[in-house]
Design a binder for this molecule. Sequence first.
Ligand code: GLU
Length: 507
Amino acid sequence: MKKEVRVRFAPSPTGALHIGGVRTALYNYLFAKKNNGTFILRIEDTDQTRYVPGAEEYIKETFKWLGIEPDEGVGHGGPHAPYRQSERKDIYLKYAQQLIDAGRAYYAFDTPEELDAMRERLKQAKADNQVYDSLSRQTMRNSLTLDADEVKQVIDQKVPYVIRLKVDRNQEIGLVDMIRGQVTVSSDHIDDKVLMKSDGMPTYHLANVIDDHLMNISHVIRGEEWLPSAPLHVLLYQYFGWADSMPQFAHLPLLLKPDGNGKLSKRDGDKHGYPVFPLEWTDPTGGEKSMGFREQGYLPEAILNFLAFLGWNPGTEQELFTLHELVQHFSIERINKSGAKFDIEKGKWFNQQYLKNVPDTTLASGLMTILTRENISCSQEKAAAICGLMKERVTFPQEIWTTGQFFFFQPEAYDEKVIQKKWNEEAKTIIGDYAKALSAADTLTSDLALSILHDVLERHGVGAGKVMQALRVAITGLAGGPDLMPVIAVLGKEETIKRIEHALKSI
Ligand code: GLU
C-alpha cells in the first residue's frame, strides 16, 4: 500500500524566517496538496540558547499572508500534538533510554575541560578528526569505560551528563535522496553525536528523527544544508529499528546570491536594498530592523510564483502560476540539483504581472490610506480610476502614489527636453484654444476630451504629433505617463483648464 503523504516544515524559532525557509515551506505545501497529503508545522525549539521570542508568531503570520497554512501542527492542532518540541521532552527521554537499553547509546560524563584535553591530545597525535568517536570514547569518562557501579554512583551524585550515540565503526550508510540520488557515507565520518544534552533537552538530530517517525512523516523535504546530517539520521532510524518506515529525503538546492557567487545572506539584502525576509522584522535584542517583502509592496501571489521558480520549473514556457496551478504542476522530479540564483529583478517582474490584475478598487483602498495621511481629499471613484491608469506602469502599489503625484498637484516644473523641442508659439495657441473648447463641455469623459482635441487640431490644420507632448507637459509636467485623455478625464474640466492656463503663463 502506498504510504499516505505527510510532510512537515520544522523551523527553529531563532529569528525571522529567511526567504529560503519560506521556499522550503512552500515546496512542502505544494507536495502535500498535490498528493492529497498533510502539511504539518512543527516548531523545533529545543535549543533554548537560540530561542528568539516572536519568531514562531512570525512564521505563522507569514503562512497566513501567503495562504499556505498548515493542516496540522502548532496553532492548528492534530493527532500528534504537541507539535512544539519543548513540550515533548518526556518522549525524547523515553526513546533515548530505549537506545541506551539496546546498547546503541551511552552516558558521557566528561567536563568541558576533559573534552578540550581530548581534542588537544588528538591534535598532538595528528589524528584526522579530533572528535568523540569509537576510538576516542575509550579514553573518556562514559558508561562504556566506567563499570556499572561507578555509572550509578555518578548519576546518583547528579554529575551532569549527556547521552551520546554509539556509532559503529566501518559501516556504510546509504540513502537515496529524491533530488540528489544515491548518497553513501562511511560511519567513520560520523562522531558519537550528543543526543540528549545535560539540561535534559534533546539535540536537533534526536528530536527530529523521533518526531518524524512518530508523526508518520513520509517525505522529509528540507534545505541542502541538512544533507550532511542525513546519514546520521539514517543511522538513528536503523538503531531504533525503524528503517522500514524511514521517510524519503529530498534536499533542496541552495539559494544563491543574484550573481551566483555563494549563498544568499541577510547582508546581501541589506547591501543591495532588497528584502530576504517575507515580513518586516525587528530584532528583539538589538532592535535592528530588516525589511520584508510584504512591506515593500510585493503581493503574496507574486512571491509564491517567484519562490516556486527558485529551484523548480514546470518544463514548459508558462511562467505565471496561481497557487492552485502550482499545486497541479509541482513535482519533486523537476527540482534542480544546482543552486538557484536569487534574481530579485525576476521577483519584481512577477510582482508587476500580478499587480496588473489586482482590481482597481482594491488598490484604491491602499491609495486612499496614503491620501488621508497626506491630507488630500479624493473620492473613492477617482482613486480607483487613478489606480486603473497607473497599475500597468508600476511595480509596487505604493508607486501609484509616488509616481502619480501629478494627479494631485499642479506641476511646479516642466520637462525641459519636451519644452525645448515642442513648446512653441503654434503649440501654445492650439493648447490655449483647446482649453477654451474644453470649457464648453458638459461631463468630460476621455472620449469627449479626445474629440474636442481633434476638432481643435482640425481647425488649425495640424496633426496630433505637433501638440500632444506639449499638452502632456502642460498638464502633468512630465514627458511620459499613462494615456493623456483618461488623465484629463480624471483631473476634470476645471483642473485641466487651470493647469493649461498656468502653463501658458509660466513657461
Ligand atoms: N529545525 C531544522 C531547521 O531549522 C529542521 C531541519 C529539517 O527539516 O530537518 O531548519
